[in-house]
Design a protein around this ligand. Structure first.
Ligand code: NAP
Ligand code: GCO
Length: 270
């Protein structure tokens, strides 16, 4: 077998249908672009009509024929309708990327139960709901791939992110549980744990100070990252293609951290 043929066989997503949730911009958009580049048909959803229209234009500019839908990942009825619609228009979902997510940075003693629940609902309950909606089809078709977008906060804590860390820690365990429960159906469920990635979600942490200096959190992250920089959404493309493709058929329940080395590093000596 020539090496080119082997790479095509291992990594090609031709003929596959991928659903990337919350892929209007940010990490989801780059992952959808990567999967499209490897040959997959792309479906994505988000909640906001303007985001959806802007995303459809952005995909078209990149020459990607993505199908975009308005659907809230926390609404089980909307998710059932979304999965049925994708099946009709693009075929059954072979690859699911549970990417949609939010964060609320509020000290725990000031956080309401409602705020905590909203984060857990979007970041943890929704991946359960969307996975539940696609699993029967994957089982019937003889396999599938689920990729959950986890976080540094699947492993670490920090001030103000109690709800987010609880949800992302839970998502790591949901990943392992889906792998455990459905591995026998040739379904692989893995996670990607991004480090600090420059997207709208983290924009407030990178805002310049009034005097033009870096945000203290921005400097902190650069110091905590052996790569000495923030990640970009494009840094996650290779991991997404790997976990969506045949190349990872015996990788299950794994969280692949793409963090420039943060988790390996204790930090700079003062
Ligand atoms: P982002 O820039 O804020 O994008 C979030 C996307 O999710 C948007 O397309 C948004 O569109 C959609 N969304 C949010 N809530 C939704 C809902 N209930 N239903 C459907 N779509 C929804 O975030 P990001 O930084 O790209 O992060 C993407 C994922 O990676 C999240 O799970 C995040 O926690 C995780 N992550 C991010 C980082 C980082 O450093 N940026 C690091 C680790 C993990 P609408 O607003 O139109 O719904
Ligand atoms: C935070 C960040 C998180 C991280 C990410 C780390 O406030 O800690 O905004 O979203 O960027 O999840 O993996």
């Amino acid at each position: 077998m020539g090496s080119k043929i082997m790479i095509e066989e291992l990594f090609s997503l031709k003929g596959k249908t991928a659903l990337v949730t919350g892929a209007a911009y940010g990490i989801g958009f780059a992952i959808a672009e990567a999967l499209a580049g490897a040959g997959a048909k792309i479906a994505f959803n988000c909640r906001n009509r303007e985001h959806l229209d802007a995303a459809l234009r952005a995909y078209a500019e990149k020459g990607i024929e993505a199908k975009g839908y308005l659907a809230d990942v926390t609404d089980e009825g909307q998710i059932a309708a979304l999965v049925a619609q994708i099946e009709k228009e693009l075929g059954g979902v072979d690859i699911l990327v549970n990417n949609a997510g939010i964060i609320k940075r509020i000290p725990m003693t000031e956080m309401s139960a409602g705020e905590f629940r909203e984060v857990v609902d979007i970041d943890l309950v929704a991946p359960f709901l969307v996975s539940k909606a696609v699993l029967p089809g994957m089982m019937a078709r003889g396999g599938g791939k689920i990729i959950n977008i986890c976080s540094m906060m699947s492993e670490l804590g920090r001030e103000t992110v109690s709800a987010y860390a609880s949800a992302k820690g839970g998502l790591k365990m949901l990943t392992r549980n889906i792998a455990s429960e459905y591995g026998k159906y040739n379904i692989q469920c893995n996670g990607i744990g991004p480090g600090y990635i420059a997207t709208p979600q983290t924009a407030p942490l990178r805002e310049r100070q009034a005097d033009g200096s870096r945000h203290p959190f921005d400097s902190f992250i650069v110091a905590k990252t052996p790569a000495e920089r923030w990640g970009t959404p494009e840094d996650l493309m290779g991991a997404a293609i790997f976990l969506a493709s045949k190349a990872s058929d015996f990788v299950n329940g794994h969280i692949l951290y793409v963090d420039g080395g943060i988790l390996a590093y204790i930090g700079k000596q003062p």
